[in-house]
Design a protein around this ligand. Sequence first.
Ligand SMILES: Cc1ncc(C[n+]2csc(CCOP(=O)(O)OP(=O)(O)O)c2C)c(N)n1
Length: 203
Amino acid sequence: MTDTSRAERFSLHRRDVAQQIADAGGGDLLVVTGLGSTNWDFTAAGDRDLIFPLWGAMGGAVPLALGLALAQPDRRVLCATGDADMLMSLGSLATVAVQAPQNLSVAVFDNERYGETGMQATATAHQADIAGIAAASGIPVTATVREQAELDAAIPEMLEGAGPSVFVIKVRAEPLPFVLPPKDGAYLKDRFRKALLGDAGIV
Ligand SMILES: Cc1ncc(C[n+]2csc(CCOP(=O)(O)OP(=O)(O)O)c2C)c(N)n1
């Protein structure tokens, strides 16, 4: 039997992980965050116009980030999302592998839980191995990160290495206060496009 409570003892804390990635990525990094906790994590790390937080669109983070990476091949795109969001769109990993944008990195914050809906265990609390699924889908760079030293090594690879890459970061299952980004989808789309493309982006 799998110990489905093990995630409560993982050493990495998601807010620290997000802060370290955001600090290393700087102001030019294009960030797509998945519904739920990665939205709050990257908002807590510093909301900015070039973060596009998905509200409620479960399974949408990697497909959206893939389109962005293909449209902006000279910009690094980071998709930070949860394990449940990723589990809902596993097929998108196969498409990422086929399209193979070198500028796309996916960081799965894997707390082995459906965080927002009550911390029920996901399949990663059992047998599912998202890095393994990504590798078997053809993603050339994959890893599972459990400790700070592994995160220190992964962040430069995530932000500068040739992708596409999928880093599964095992983060502690812990209740945290909400730090909410703006909620209006049209506003979020426009502010992102304006920051990326200038006024021409919001005709
Ligand atoms: C299609 C769909 N099903 C269910 C939900 C409800 N829902 C919102 S957040 C969430 C769990 C998200 O879990 P995860 O992606 O792992 O994020 P975290 O645990 O980091 O918050 C669920 C099931 C939804 N928004 N959309």
